[in-house]
Each structure stands twice: as structure tokens, then as C-alpha cells.
Design a protein. Sequence first.
Length: 583
Amino acid sequence: MIKQYNNGNLVPIWVTEFGSPTHQSAKGVDEKTQANYLPRGFVSGLSLGVERMSWYDFMNDGLRDDYNEDNFGLVRHKNDPMGAYTPKPAYASYAAMSRQLAGAVFEEIEQFGDPIRSNLFTKGGENLRVVWAQSDTQAVIETDNNLEITDFMGNTEIYSPHHGKIYMTITGEPFYIKGSINRIVTDGTFTIAGGQTAVGDPHAFNLTINNDDLPNLTITAKMEENSYPIEAVQDQTEALTLSINETREGFRSVVIHLLDEVGNKIGKLQHSVATGVPHKVTVRPVMQQKEGQYSQTLNIDVENFRKAAGLTVDRVTWQVGEQSDQELINTVVLPGSKQQFSIPLSPITLGGDQPTSIRVEFAEQEPYVYKGNFSFNPVNRGTIAVNDHIEPEIEALAPTIDLSQGKPVLLSGHSGTIGVSGQAWLHFDQDHLYLTAKINDNVHSAAASDANIWNNDSIQFALSPGIPGESRGWYEYGISDSPNGPQVYRWTALGGLPVGLVQHGEASVTRNEEQKLTIYKLALPWSELTPIAPQHGDVMSFSLLVNENDGQGRRGWIEWASGIGSEKRPSLFRSMQWMMPTQ
């Protein structure tokens, strides 16, 4: 394209900003993945002829763990509790890549077949490859030469071919091969398999050798300080069970070096230890209605996933709004079991944010800590007709959302006030979540369609499972009139659902110009909201805003809760309670 519009001449291409934020969100990555993506991004750019690339950025910009702009850095923020400027894994990955590729010249992208990716460079008269895989795979490097292989953290080892093969597990971690090879191909000689283990429990996995080619394959598998001999004659399969005495939280890749009969390294296998949390704490601000009166409770569920040890809960220290206390628990949750602790609350006003802090302390584990806001917003059961009016029985109810309690946001470059007001009601039944809203607005404008309906007079709402900030993912929907009629659009999704126009569901948008009133009605099937579903004692988190466009573009919005308009942060949503029949 550059040649097409520049008289057949190329110009230097600079990528001035790219990166991968490590915030705790569905759109963030973990620090290990960030370290993988960094060299892969630079190498991909070089392979496309990019002259210069700049990583965004050097240091985390802040301490909010669920906000992307605070988590792009290679090192931590100066005020981080883990230490000022503490390097993240991507810092070491960047350093290793810089040392390896300094002075190297890109030659070509090699075609070794999916899922293997190989980029060939030359450096100092030698071949240098950067290799990774789109998905974990066992492979062999076919060569007659010793190779110098450096992992993405900069550790270098020498490997010798065994009958012309070096056995490798290739993952998303880039590694560097110095020396001459023939090719890299997937291979099934060695396989590794293991299940998930709770943190703290022993982890066992199987190493299997399938000898299809050689008269006899005799090797030693070395893991940490232990060595395990294994032998398989031709057309024979042998298995070896390996174990790690105690697992820890976070990513861990176990390295198994393969040694030949004289002790040369002939391969490097990797097993990613799949660890699950040893226990889980679930906190719910619960409401129940009986004889027209609401009762409010703080429920704390503690589930012990370990199979080898009980979990002692010492105490719970809590604050919800102006209420606070410390509860001495001193209870053991048995292995594989779950226990609930309920704390009755004095009546709390509906709708507002209640500053909340909860600390659950254990005898031998780190405490669970939650800080945020809880709200009490009942979502009542009921089936709502999607039509052009609001039934009197709905209007007789207190609204779930009253925009008079919302916050107006005026976009830069606009003056005046946000001139919309109104109420919204949420209901549910076994098939749908229902949204009903009446919005007062002097001018109604809806010229945009599809993904751009947020530019219209429209409603955007977001929801996520559990309390605010509990889920890393969320849904964001919009409902608007458009030149194509009422539309419902999904910008962000959970559960593997696609973004785009929502085809399953029913919506209506009705404008009354005489009353300057717009009525929105939406019935959204639960299949469009998985895994969110009404359950006794459970909550969801919710936020809603109403956009204003007076025919000259979007001026701003009024928001109930936050986390949609100015920034995407589900920790700023508000908790809502499913009002189920009393059990």
C-alpha cells in the first residue's frame, strides 16, 4: 500500500507504541504471557520490515490492578508494595531478546508447519532462530550439530543430537537456537500429561516414551536434582510417573532434561503445573423479602479444595457502610468441603454505595481481603411484555435505577448540562432478564447503527457475575433506535459469545415527541448472559448509562454506577440481588 501511494517507493515504518497490559481483567494478560508476547511482537515486526518499535511502557503508571493503563510496564510502580521498580518477567525477557538479537539480521520466516513459528536471523556468520509455538507441542529439532539454545529468560544450554534429533517441548515462550539445523517438526516420541492440583498438595504427572524408530531408546530423565532412567525397545511404550511434593501459587513450568547414556543433554521437556487455588472465599451481600420487608445479610462462604489438609478459619473482620465488627470463627473447614458464615446486617438504604472491607484470616494461609463498595438493589421476579408502553403495575414499583441519583458526564468541548432523566426497572424469569426504562429527553437523535449506537440517544449497560471486581470479564450491551429499527449490540462478552448485533432477544424503542419521552424495553435470554443466572443468595454487578445526543453528536451521558463510559472497570459496578422465593 505504501508503494501504491508513494510512487512505488517504500518509507521506513516505525511502530511507536505497542504493549500488553497485565491488569486483572478479561482483556488483560498475566505477567508470564506479557513476557512471551514482548519478544514475539518485536520479532514479528522485524519479519515484516518494521525499522523501529517502541514498547509501551517502561513502568506501571499506577497501582489499580484492574485498570489497563496502570499495568503496561516492564517494572512495577515506584509505590508498589512488592517494591519500587521491581522487574516483571517481561523485563528479563526484553533483556534476553536484546542480547540475542543485537547485531542480528533478519533473513526469513521459516515454514515448519503449525503450530511452530520460526524466524531465521544471521549473526556473526551463524544462523540464529527465534522459535515458539501457537499452542504447546512436542517436537524435534533435526540436526547433526550441537546447538546453543537460550530460553526467553536468557539461560543458555548446549544440546547434542541423539540419532539426529533434539527433543523439545515448544510453547508460547520464545527461545533462541544458535547453530545449523535441518528442520523442526512435531513429534510424538515423548508426551506429558497431568491433571490439576490444589496449591499445597502434591502434584503427579506422567512422562510417556513411544519408541517407533530406534532398536532401543535408553535415556535418563532429570527433574530438578533427581534422575530417572527409562528404556523402551522399538515399538514399545513406557511410562514414568513423576511428582512434585508441594505446589505453589502462580505459574510453574517443570523442566525435564533428557540425557543420553553418556550424560549429554538431548532434549528439554516442559510440563506446566496446573494449580487450582487451595481454597476459595465467596462474599455476598444478600437480601431476602418477607411480608414486604427486606432483610440484609453478609454471607461468607469458605470452600477448601485441598485433599490433604483442613483449613482453619480464625476470624472475620468486616465493615459495610457504617456497620463493622470482628467475628471470632475458629472453625476447621474439612478437606473437600464448604462452610458458610452469615452475619446479619441492620437495615441499609437501597441504591447507594456502601464502602466495604472484609478480611478473612486463616491459621496457616494468607488472609482473604476485599475492599470496594457493596450496594443493595433488588431485582424482582416477573415477566415483562416487550411493547410500546410501560404497564401501570411496573410504574407503581420503586425503580431499580433512578437517574436522579446518577452522575452526569459532559464530554470535552461541550457546554451546558446533560438534559436527560428517567428511571429503569430490572426483572427476571426463568428465560429472560428484562430491562424497562423511560427516559425524558428534549431532543431524540438516533442516526447511527450497529457498533456505533453509543453515539445515539441510547442506553448502555454492563453486568458481571458476583460482587464488583470479582470477575475479570463482563458483558457490555447497548440498546438504541437506529435507521434500521431498534438494535441491541454487544461490545464485550463472556462465555465465548461473539461481539456484534444480538439476534436472540426482543427489543423495542418507542419515542413520544409530545411528551419528550423515550421508552426502552428489552428481553434478553439467559443464553446471551452465560454464566450469569439468577440463583438464591447470589448477586450480579451492574452499571448503566444513558447517552445524550441532541443531533450534533454525542454530548455525554448520565451514569448510574460507573465502569462503562470513562473507563472499563467492573470493580466500579454495583451489586444487585436476585429476589428469589424464600427457601
